[in-house]
Design a protein. Structure first.
Length: 217
């Protein structure tokens, strides 16, 4: 499929709401370049921990940011809930957010020639990074359902109520930090289309998303 105008999709929502899966499906469907912006913050948080620093300390986070281009964003270690916590700590620092804005906007506005556009998933894509795109989706789900999804990713089908509770508490803390920080907090943009994934499978979520995108074309 070739579109006459470049498309920029902003996909925001809390942790484990299904952004990654939906983002990949939309990228394949519309032939878009995809940027998982959470991976940038995860890489910085992970690097702070590697260096024995404190993710809430701006000096430590700035030091870790210097290595960003050398960090493998597909490293599985970055995906754990503990690194999610470190990511949300560095993401609450305005200096770190500010330093990552240009990279994200340049990606959004410069798709490779063989692509129809870009899709970025994160927390502030519709509100701060790409406020002018009409293609904004905000996805969410009940926090207990999100914790179950994250638990399954990390522990498979093991019955482990203690680990589940730990993940649930970490997600609650992360939601609180992400929504209450002063700099670019997680919130639904006014013109974003809301999709609740709590009781829907990926096909239903994907259908709702493409229906919305088509309605805006
Ligand atoms: O999406 P993911 O769970 O990988 O994001 C990790 C953390 O990075 C989030 O909890 C959030 O604090 C931060 N983040 C952000 N802004 C983005 C993407 C991620 O603050 N655009």
């Amino acid at each position: 499929m070739l579109l006459s105008k470049k498309l920029i999709i902003a996909l925001d929502g809390p942790a484990a709401s299904g952004k990654g899966t939906l983002g990949r499906r939309l990228a394949a469907h519309y032939n878009l370049a995809l940027l998982d912006t959470g991976a940038l913050y995860r890489a910085v948080g992970w690097n702070v921990i590697q260096k024995g620093g404190n993710p809430s300390n701006v000096i430590d986070a700035l030091e870790a940011l210097k290595d960003l281009s050398n960090i493998d964003l597909s490293n599985k270690e970055l995906r754990s809930e503990s690194i999610g916590t470190a990511a949300s700590q560095v993401a609450a620092l305005p200096t770190i957010r500010h330093a990552l804005v240009d990279f994200q906007r340049t990606f959004a506005n410069n798709p490779p020639p063989n692509k129809n556009g870009t899709i970025l998933d994160g927390r502030d894509i519709g509100t701060v990074i790409c406020p002018d795109t009409p293609f904004k989706i905000f996805i969410t789900a009940d926090v207990e359902i999100r914790a179950k999804r994250r638990f399954l990713e990390e522990f498979g089908n093991d019955e482990n109520a203690k680990e589940y509770k730990k993940i649930l508490n970490k997600l609650r803390d992360r939601d609180k930090r992400d929504t209450s920080r002063a700099s670019s907090p997680l919130k639904q943009a006014k013109n974003a289309h809301l999709i609740d994934t709590s009781y829907s499978d990926i096909e239903a979520v994907f259908d709702a998303a493409i229906k919305f995108v088509s309605s805006k074309m």
